[in-house]
Design a protein. Sequence first.
Length: 209
Amino acid sequence: MSIHSSARPSFRTLRRTCVASLLICFAGVSLPPSGLLAADRGADSGEEDSEIVEPDYKPKTKAELKRSLTSIQFKVTQNEGTEPAFRNKYWDNKKEGLYRCVVCGLSLFSSETKFKSGTGWPSFWAPIKDEHVGYKKDFHLFYPRQEVHCSRCNAHLGHVFNDGPRNKTGKRYCMNSASLRFEEPKSTPKAPKTTKKPNETDAEKKEKK
């Protein structure tokens, strides 16, 4: 009998050995609940915004936009105009909700990133999604500025500056109210309270008699 010969272990023995090794490797490792893993995946993939429904948009001609927009909305979004400070719709709006593009309806900013800048225009420290806004250099004044527009319909929104909240992004998205449409969150209507006694049935009336 050769001293080098040995019986090969069975498949079942190998499987048990592998399982035992895995248990030893992962001993003491606590895995998070599956719900937390799903939440982490959602945060990484942007699924936290899944409740925001983006409407379809068909590009309009200038003539169609003139009919659907007010004069100040058309001036701001199509001709890169600027509305008066402190005399616009949302500069002091404190309600919770979503700010959409007034032209195409794309979500742009949230009330959660809105802050009081003292400029007289609605100001935000970040867009709701980076890809929802676009940028270009603006030389309308004697110094260059960073113009901000809707990435879907190219509507002019305002400008972004580097004097925003330092504990956030440091950015101040100075927007025109005329380029935005505010949308409050939808809530389920509650049943009205009533103190009236329900109408008596015919059977109940007979019992009283």
